[in-house]
Ligand binder design. Structure first.
Ligand SMILES: [Zn+2]
Length: 355
């Protein structure tokens, strides 16, 4: 199966948090958090269409300058979504520079910012390079509750967690995966081409099986077209499967309200990227700083039923103990220890255990 996007952490696990989801086809990427971005080459940053920022602690927002610097001459819109107060933060960043020469440029680079209040996108504003990035009011996109971005192929959802301040967590979900069996297409005498993209789109929209599809025929007589039904194409040449889903969770205190939000957001995800800042032995520091321990992260991943956990955002105090953080998260994910780092209870007598 070919995935729609490839999500990868931007930095090593002791570095600033951030995730880049690069689309396999088409020049596009999504960014989750704006920490240090030096490792991301400019050509990749130029693909970024949307950025989702959990909160504006410096390790999650200092990469804004680099992104801005790279994208400045781009005649396009960059969308940023963050927690309440985010528009002011972006405005302050932009207000720190002198823009007289950029304002004279032909191209208009637009930064569209929206704030998620835990339920809806509740406020929005735009900053145009042609206006020297003065703030303009804008209407927030009208999306269903919990949805931050809704496109034909995928959706990004968000939830608000408590980190002393509101901290957003995000989930990316591909709506339906449609892959093509190339050999079967061959046997049908059909050639690949843009028509396939339209046909896949029709499947994702749920168009009826009798919808006529104009396909490209291949053959020695030169290219031609053939008309077949969407149902036949689905049965013969398409492979449908559940879409890819991953969640990104950083900077959150460990308590049941946050746990419920994380579990609902990440339920059955393929991959959960989750902070594991402290070891269980330092759980009091973790609680004071509103962060998760590795055991708590692994336990949350287990409760959410995800397939794979990727722990990151490790505290530098464990530089030479990375394996301990990973082991603790893995043991909690496997159910060997619980969220408090304790051994899970042994199976009850009569369960195969000899007294
Ligand atoms: Zn933070």
């Amino acid at each position: 199966m070919v995935y729609l996007v490839e999500p990868r952490l931007v930095n090593e696990p002791f570095g600033d948090p951030g995730l880049c989801a690069d689309f396999r086809f088409g020049r596009r990427a999504l960014l989750f958090d704006l920490g240090e971005l030096q490792t991301v080459p400019p050509h990749k940053l130029l693909r970024v269409s949307d950025v989702f920022v959990s909160h504006t602690h410096v390790d999650h927002f200092n990469g804004f300058e680099r992104l801005l610097r790279v994208c400045l001459g781009r005649p396009a819109k960059l969308r940023l979504t963050g927690p309440p107060g985010f528009i002011d933060r972006v405005q302050h960043k932009l207000g720190a520079y002198t823009w007289n020469l950029v304002a004279e440029n032909e191209s208009d680079f637009v930064i569209a910012v929206a704030e998620f209040d835990g339920r809806k996108l509740a406020a929005a504003a735009e900053f145009h390079s042609r206006d020297a990035f003065l703030r303009r009011g804008a209407a927030p996109p009208d999306l269903p509750e919990g949805v931050l971005l809704d496109e034909e192929d995928f959706q990004v959802r968000g939830t608000t967690l408590d980190h002393g301040v509101p901290s957003l967590a995000f989930a990316f979900a591909e709506k339906l995966r449609v892959n093509v069996w190339k050999d079967r297409l061959d046997r049908m005498g059909l050639a690949v081409g843009p028509w396939l993209k339209d046909a896949k789109r029709a499947v994702r929209r749920g168009d009826p099986d009798d919808t006529p599809i104009t396909a490209l025929r291949k053959g020695s007589a030169g290219p031609g077209t053939a008309t077949l039904s969407l149902g036949d194409l689905k049965a013969e040449a398409f492979r449908l499967g559940p879409g890819e889903c991953f969640a990104y969770v950083v900077d959150t205190a460990y308590h049941e309200r946050n746990a419920a939000g994380i579990i609902a957001l990440a339920r059955n995800a393929d991959t959960l990227f989750i902070e594991a800042v402290f070891l269980d032995e330092d759980r009091e520091i973790a609680a004071r700083k509103h962060h998760l321990t590795a055991a708590q992260a692994g336990s949350l991943a287990r409760r959410a039923g995800v397939t794979r956990i990727v722990p990151f955002h490790f505290s530098p105090r464990y530089r030479d103990r990375e394996d301990c953080l990973r082991r603790e998260a893995a043991q909690a994910f496997a159910g060997i220890i619980d969220a408090d780092g304790r051994r899970e209870a042994a199976p009850p007598p009569g369960d195969g255990a000899t007294p």
